[in-house]
Design a protein around this ligand. Sequence first.
Ligand code: AMP
Ligand code: MG
Length: 345
Amino acid sequence: MPTPILQTDTGPLMHKAVEEAARLLRAGEIVALPTETVYGLAADALNPQAVAKVFEAKERPSFDPLIVHLPSKKMLDEVAEVPASIQLIVQKLTEKMWPGPLTLVLPKKSCVPDIVTAGLPTVAVRVSKNAVFRRVAESLGRPIAAPSANRFGSISPTSAGAVVAELDDRIPLIVDGGACLCGLESTIIKVEPGSPKPIITILRPGPITPEDLKLYGKVKHLTRSVVDEATEAPGQLASHYAPRTPLRLLSKPSDFTPIPGKKYALLSYRGDSSDGYTQLTDWVHVQILSPGKGKLPEAAVRFFYVLRELDKLGVDEIIAEPMHEHGMGIAMMDKLRRASVKQVA
Ligand code: AMP
Ligand code: MG
């Protein structure tokens, strides 16, 4: 049976959708909900049987921990232990950034089931800004575990339609909250004491940029060694976020020589011929992330949608232009590199 979709465009529709989602979550079921980053597949985080259904529907390996979304900042102490040495910076960050797309990894409290954290002693937490998600979380009154609502390793969904493409038949409800406002998964950080400033390590780049974070501490990026990634940010696999079609990220136009007879599509940053990519071959299709201007937040909103559209074309290869590697461009380039690794892995 196709999964029912509830709309939220009017007050009464929103009320009905929120109540139905909260009812299912209370009953130990899973529900796809919009967040400001991407659509999440939600379960009561304190109910291990419910969380197991998330892993099953997504075909997610059990070593990949989930992010826990709190109904409000006040609930942080219920799921996480904030060490005294970082209390001040955690307080500042959560005051300024929550609700929003920033996830903190902190020592977990025992009420958080091991299945949520993949057995780690830490838990990843945030508070979503999305109005629909917040209302569901408030109605449930409990933390919600919600990874992206896609099959494991596939492209994150930024619309209800994309959730249908990924999980139709597998889940009891999708709540349609329209397109996601950020379009990229949350920035994940861990915080350690440091002198003169605390140290903020970015475990996954996202909408909250190093520039935003440097007001609070010394910002470090997780080195890209596979060993570090496996231990510090499990689930950040090299082949994550990838379309099924092979994808190649270029550094410059001259990196690309078309092979006669092969079909190519272009993932263009600005669609501007002066960048030197649009005229490289007779592309089957060109998708532009930020038409004309190269605005990174606009590119971020369209990023997963564009990848999904390119993946439907049945071309031999998707060729991606590089984009500015600052602000949200850091997260998008990280994802393109990971997608690009897949074909040689
Ligand atoms: P998502 O699939 O967007 O829900 O993101 C989940 C990702 O958060 C995982 O793949 C991990 O990379 C990261 N994560 C979750 N919990 C932890 C944790 N306790 N420590 C480090 N990273 C975590
Ligand atoms: Mg995901």
